[in-house]
Design a binder for this molecule. Structure first.
Ligand code: SAH
Length: 357
């Protein structure tokens, strides 16, 4: 049976019409699902019993369970969700001065194999569906009681390796019914997140970035670069053997000229690997070509033998060569907040992953 949360408002209207129901019933159901996070049709008390049983005969209503939660001294909260097939993923809620953001996972595991990341070691189980990604946002909001203003698709998984579900997730979030205007009286707020507050992060799958550009979604794109030369990048990120840096940069140029939106390039400094002055100079050169912006991130120690580099010296060299640079504040270090770390720990403790794909 299809999960009812996979449908957009429009599609639900059509489905409800098929069931002989009035259109506003679809809105009522969506409010229960997204405004209140109900876990069964029986909780939808303003629907007739007849309709509730009709719905439960036609649709499933799966929601993840909270398997673990940790809150850091800086307010960062990490959730480990378990879906009904036993697979677990993480989301991280981050509190900034300007609001709260949630970093969501897009796959249970990852196929990209980046050497500095915690995810590859425990393997790939399956893609997440659009509603499973959306549930991470919704339940983080309900759990924390804090309205979420930004979504980063930067948790476990490669968003563009799960293209259809991720773009469907974005379409669901984009639906006007998620705005406060669609809020049911007395219920928790729905989601109200503009496209400019959504960031999709990719390790650089060139054909998928082009496909994504064709959709012209006005969200932010972030590319995890981590090295400005093929020799270094191919060691750190196997995806570079498929698409070289120059192919990736050409693709980023196409994206920029199509959408007129600057791409942010993530760069985790690794001592003695990608932090030389020469590499800073090369990186600044690449940024000029694509009008890109560098975000220096602190490498989280995942036990892979890499040590964090010094961002001040590297950042200064980048600035000298004309690049624009920000340094990401490291939050939640005391709770394994880097995505993939909690899932890995849980799996190492012996919880079985169930692959369904
Ligand atoms: N697959 C996507 C999104 C998930 S990873 C991507 O590659 O962008 C989210 C970000 O965390 C990426 O920039 C990734 O390179 C980075 N990352 C992975 N492991 C890390 C670590 N140990 N320390 C710091 N950043 C890391």
């Amino acid at each position: 049976m299809p999960n009812i949360k996979e449908y957009s408002v429009e599609e639900l209207h059509a489905l409800f019409a098929g069931l002989g129901q009035k259109p506003y019933r679809a809105k009522q159901v969506i409010r229960w699902l997204y405004g209140r996070g109900v876990r069964s049709f029986d909780e939808m008390t303003d629907l007739s019993e007849e309709l509730r049983s009709k719905l439960s005969e036609s649709f499933s209503l799966n929601s993840p369970e909270l398997a673990d939660v940790r809150t850091s001294s800086d307010g960062t909260t990490k959730y480990l969700w378990r879906y009904n097939d036993g697979n677990t993923v993480e989301s991280v809620l981050l509190k900034y001065r300007y609001g709260t953001s949630v970093c969501v996972s897009t796959q249970a595991g990852c196929r990209m194999g980046c050497k500095f990341c915690a995810s590859p070691e425990v393997g790939f189980a399956r893609n997440l569906t659009a509603s499973e990604i959306l549930d991470q946002v919704l339940f983080a909001q309900l759990q924390s009681g804090t309205p979420i203003g930004r979504i980063d698709l930067m948790g476990i998984g490669e968003p563009l390796d799960n293209f259809d579900n991720v773009t469907r997730f974005i379409a669901l979030v984009r639906d006007p019914l998620f705005s406060p205007g669609g809020r049911a009286k007395g219920s928790a707020p729905g989601l109200n997140i503009g496209m400019r507050h959504i960031t999709v992060s990719t390790c650089g799958l060139v054909p998928q970035i082009d496909r994504f550009a064709d959709l012209a979604i006005p969200c932010n794109l972030s590319v995890s670069l981590h090295a400005p030369d093929d020799e270094t990048r191919s060691v750190l990120m196997p995806v570079n053997n498929r698409y070289s840096i120059s192919e990736l940069m050409d693709c980023c140029e196409r994206y920029y000229s199509k959408l007129n939106r600057r791409i942010t390039f993530q760069y985790a400094l690794i001592a003695g690997v990608n932090d030389s002055p020469e590499q800073a100079r090369l990186l600044a050169g690449l940024m000029r070509k694509v009008s890109g912006h560098v975000n220096l991130i602190h490498l989280n120690d995942t036990g892979n033998g890499f040590r964090a580099g010094d961002d001040r010296t590297f950042g200064a060299t980048l600035l000298e060569h004309g690049a624009t640079v920000t340094t990401r504040r490291s939050l939640g270090a005391d709770i394994d907040a880097a995505c993939g770390m909690l899932r890995r720990r849980t799996i190492e403790k012996g919880q079985r992953e169930v692959a369904t794909e």
